[in-house]
Design a protein around this ligand. Structure first.
Ligand SMILES: Cc1ncc(COP(=O)(O)O)c(C=O)c1O
Length: 358
C-alpha cells in the first residue's frame, strides 16, 4: 500500500503510536479482561483513565487550578447554545465573526439572548482578524466570543483584544494543543476533539470557576457546566472511548516534548507549505500573513478547472482529503499535530510536480 497522508480537517489523522496502543489494548485493557468500551464509567478502571487524561491535559496546557475541565458530548456546536445558556444570565454578549465557524456561533447563540456582533470580516471573505481598535466591545457584556482558529478559511488569531475584564470565550476546536496558550487570559476555552485531541464524540470545556453558577434554568443538566463540574463530567455517561483515546494522545504529546515542542514542529510544517505557495503563481492563499493558520491551510489553483485533476493525482499519490470545505471551495491541507513534516513535504513535492506538468 502507498504511504498515506490524511489531510482531513476532522475527524482527522491520529498519531500512529496511539492507534497501535489502542489496538494492543483493545481486548484487554491493562489486565482487566475488558475493552475500555465495555467498562462501567464509574468503575475504578475507567475512573483512573479519566483522572489521568485530565491531569495530563492540565499539565500540557498549564491549566490553573481555578479552572474546571469538562469532558462533554455534543461537539462544539452544542456549546454554541450552551455558552449563552450557561453565561448570559440576563446580560448581552459580544461576538466577533472571523469565519464560518464564528458566524455559526452567532446564529446559534441568537436564540438565547442579545448578541452583539462587534467585528466581522464576512464582507471581505474572511481573510484576516480585524484590527482590535475597530471592535465595538461592550463593557457590560457577559463575555466576548471568538473562534481563535477558523478551520474553513484558515484564519488564526496571533493575539487577543483587551476586553477590560470581560471574559473571553474561545472556540479552539481546530488548534487546541498546537501552540502555547496562556489559559488565564480566557474565561472559557472549548473544542471538539476530532482534530487535535482524539475521536469525535467528545468536547472539552475549560471554564474558570467564577463563571459557573449563572446558568439559565432552561439549561439541560448534561450541559450545565456547574452541575457537570460538580459531578466530574458524569451527570450522564461520558464518551468513554473517546476520552480514553484522548488520554493516549495526551501521553503521546508529552512524549514529543509537550506543547512548546510540537509548536516548533507546527511552525516548520506551516512554513514549508506557505513558503512554497508564496513562491509560485500557480497556487494562492488569500489570508493575511499574520493570521495564517498553522493548522488549516486553504489554497487555490490559479486555474480552477484543474481542481478535479489535482485531487485525483493527489489521491493516487496517497495524499488524501485535500478538497476545501464546500463553503469556500479550492483545496485545504489540515496539518494537525499528528501530521508529520514528511507528509507536508510529500504534499509540496506533489504540488511542485503538478505545477511543472501543467
Ligand atoms: C472551529 C470549529 N468550531 C466548531 C466546529 C463544529 O464542531 P462539531 O461538529 O464537533 O460540533 C468545527 C468543526 O469542524 C470547527 O472546526
Amino acid at each position: 500500500m502507498t504511504k498515506i497522508y490524511n489531510f482531513s480537517a476532522g475527524p482527522a489523522v491520529l498519531p500512529k503510536p496511539v492507534l497501535e496502543r489502542a489496538q494492543a489494548e483493545m481486548l484487554d485493557w491493562h489486565g482487566s479482561g475488558m475493552s475500555v468500551m465495555e467498562m462501567s464509567h464509574r468503575g475504578k478502571e475507567f475512573m483512573s483513565i479519566l483522572e489521568k487524561a485530565e491531569a495530563d491535559l492540565r499539565s500540557l496546557m498549564n491549566i490553573p487550578s481555578n479552572y474546571k475541565v469538562l469532558f462533554l458530548q455534543g461537539g462544539a456546536i452544542a456549546e454554541n447554545a450552551m455558552i449563552p445558556l450557561n453565561l448570559l444570565n440576563g446580560k448581552s454578549a459580544d461576538y466577533a465573526i472571523t469565519g464560518g465557524w464564528s458566524k455559526r456561533s452567532v446564529e446559534d447563540a441568537g436564540a438565547y439572548g442579545t448578541i452583539n456582533v462587534v467585528a466581522s470580516t464576512e464582507a471581505e471573505q474572511y481573510k484576516h482578524v480585524p484590527d482590535f481598535a475597530s471592535w465595538n466591545l461592550n463593557k457590560d457584556a457577559a463575555y466576548l466570543h471568538i473562534c481563535t482558529n477558523e478551520t474553513m478559511s484558515g484564519v488564526e488569531f496571533d493575539s487577543l483584544p483587551n476586553t477590560n475584564g470581560v471574559p473571553i470565550v474561545a472556540d479552539m476546536s481546530s488548534h487546541i494543543l498546537s501552540r502555547e496558550v496562556d489559559v488565564s487570559q480566557y474565561g472559557v476555552i472549548y473544542g471538539g476533539a476530532q482534530k487535535n485531541i482524539g475521536p469525535a464524540g467528545l468536547c472539552i470545556v475549560i471554564v474558570r470557576e467564577d463563571l459557573l453558577g449563572n446558568a439559565s434554568p432552561l439549561t439541560p443538566a448534561v450541559f450545565n457546566w456547574k452541575t457537570q463540574a460538580e459531578n466530574i463530567s458524569m451527570i450522564n455517561t461520558p464518551p468513554t472511548y473517546s476520552i480514553y483515546i484522548a488520554g493516549l494522545v495526551f501521553e503521546w504529546l508529552q512524549a514529543q516534548g509537550g506543547v512548546a515542542a510540537i509548536e516548533q514542529v507546527n511552525i516548520a510544517k506551516a512554513k514549508l507549505l506557505y513558503d512554497y505557495i508564496d513562491s509560485t503563481d500557480f497556487y494562492v492563499n488569500h489570508v493575511a500573513v499574520n493570521n495564517r493558520s498553522r493548522m488549516n491551510i486553504p489554497f487555490y489553483l490559479a486555474d480552477e478547472s484543474l481542481n478535479a485533476e489535482f485531487l485525483k493525482g493527489a489521491e493516487a499519490n496517497g495524499l488524501l482529503q485535500l478538497k476545501g470545505h464546500r463553503a469556500v471551495g479550492g483545496m485545504r491541507a489540515s496539518i494537525y499535530n499528528a501530521m508529520p513534516i514528511e507528509g507536508v513535504q510529500a504534499l509540496v513535492d506533489y504540488m511542485k510536480a503538478f505545477e511543472v506538468s501543467h
